[in-house]
Design a protein around this ligand. Sequence first.
Ligand SMILES: [Zn+2]
Length: 132
Amino acid sequence: MAGNPPRNRAARSPARRGRLSFVVRRALPERTCVGCRRRAPVHELLRIVVVAGESVSRLLPDPVRRLPGRGAHLHPDPACLELAQRRRAFGRALRFTGVVDSGELAEYIRASTVTSGHPAGRGSHSKVGRPT
Ligand SMILES: [Zn+2]
């Protein structure tokens, strides 16, 4: 006669199941540079979009990644730009045909290359293969 055992209210334990709420940690998102075709973290690449004009389409840099439409990714590096143009990679990546004006893009890349020197974090700057 020693009193009642305390009632065990099992309803207290939260037994919610079926919800996988853990976040899968992925590696950094990567894209392929349309110039040198190497994969790189997106933040090392410059997003490029094409703006269709009457007769000429323009390639525009999209550093804040806000412009609508398809984007191509390129190292902000004149060498990669040249490669991409030579193999018409922009047309393939951005799905357009015809004449394209890359003046603004080239200007942007040249300016960013000059101001920031060589991009930090890229170990290899030995690919300066310039045909003279
Ligand atoms: Zn590249």
